[in-house]
Ligand binder design. Structure first.
Ligand SMILES: C[S@@+](CC[C@H](N)C(=O)[O-])C[C@H]1O[C@@H](n2cnc3c(N)ncnc32)[C@H](O)[C@@H]1O
Length: 324
């Protein structure tokens, strides 16, 4: 069971009013959406998007019918990077043509269920095939990215692997780990999480194995980001989200590592300024106009209590901005 992170803070800051519509771009187990649906009663709608078709399955849709939510929760299996297209398509349906949106939520990364139950190789604690894709089907034409972690590890050139371990994992031993991967894959293909974990152990010094975080953490993070094109998806959705929001509507982003948080922080900062010309320019030539007001001057993090009850929330960082 996935416990929604920063739930009270999300609900409070989305400023939810009765009958307003919201978009949950990372529906997951619906933890945040269900509470939004409580607050935007009786007629407010939530569009729930998830790349993982399991989260948008028929079983879930049947469950919604039982809860009388089928008219108010619309589930869509897609990549949130396609947000404008998704909403365009929705607007082309007469029933939804006038839908306006007052809040957009992004709760990035994966859910506890995906980590624990899905056997996709997200966790180095379990011996599983190195897949790491959020969308399971291999041949779903809707999704451009059919890469797997196994393919990266066994087929990508050495420098390209080293680059993602450095950039997406901020892994200090990227070079030696990659060299070990290349050495091992010449003997036989690396297929499982445990094989990769063993390689990482062999390629790193002993003291690195006794730190607070497991020595495989950063490599697994880097592979997951690369497989799912995570940073690019985030960069693509932010400007689309602003276009879709009504004035006064809010965007709320929860991220779980500094690379994502940096993208959100910089985007909000840039969009909150009227001019984005380099400081040495004598006068403005960009004509950029601020579109956002930053609501969270300081990033919001979980309380000690929340981290105690849900240790997975410990690295969460939330930023909120409001459209002018
Ligand atoms: C942390 S979980 C969300 C949990 C949810 N807020 C809840 O409380 O149940 C993140 C979800 O986002 C989905 N996801 C990740 N990247 C996505 C993308 N680019 N487009 C759509 N969904 C994505 C994952 O499949 C996962 O289900």
């Amino acid at each position: 069971m996935h416990i929604p992170v920063l739930l009270n803070e999300v609900i409070e800051n989305l400023n939810i009013k009765s009958n307003q519509n919201f978009i949950d771009c990372t529906f997951g187990d619906g933890g945040h959406s269900m509470v939004i649906l409580e607050k935007n009663k009786p007629n407010g709608i939530v569009i729930g998007i998830d790349l993982d078709e399991k989260n948008i399955s028929n079983v879930k849709i049947k469950m919604l019918k039982l809860q009388n939510l089928e008219e108010r929760l619309i589930l869509i299996n897609d990549n949130f990077a396609n947000l404008e297209k998704i909403i365009e398509q929705l607007h082309s349906n007469d029933k939804f043509k006038n839908l306006k949106f007052y809040g957009i939520l992004l709760d990035l990364g994966f859910s506890s269920c995906q980590l624990e139950e899905d056997r996709r190789g997200f966790s180095f604690q379990k011996d599983e095939q190195l897949n790491m894709r959020y969308n399971i089907q291999n041949d779903n034409a809707k999704f451009k990215f059919n890469l797997t972690a196994k393919e990266i590890i066994n087929k990508w050139p050495q420098l390209k692997i080293e680059k993602i371990l450095k950039e997406y994992g901020e892994e200090r031993f990227a070079k030696s780990i990659t060299a070990k991967i290349i050495e091992q894959r010449k003997i036989r293909p690396i297929a499982t999480t445990f094989e990769l974990k063993e390689i990482i152990k062999k390629a790193t010094p002993k003291w690195y194995h006794f730190l607070k975080i497991h020595p495989a953490t950063k490599v697994f993070q880097a592979l997951r980001i690369a497989v799912n094109n995570e940073l690019e998806n985030l960069k693509q959705i932010l400007p689309q989200a602003i276009k879709i929001l009504e004035p006064g509507g809010r965007i709320c982003v929860i991220s779980f590592h500094s690379l994502e948080d940096r993208i959100v922080k910089q985007f909000f900062k840039q969009e909150a300024r009227d001019c984005v010309c380099p400081s040495e320019f004598p006068q403005c030539v960009c004509k950029h106009q601020a579109s956002l007001k930053i609501i969270t001057k300081k990033v919001i993090t979980p309380t000690f209590e929340e981290i105690k009850n849900n240790p997975r929330s410990r690295s969460a960082k939330m930023r909120i901005a409001e459209k002018f």
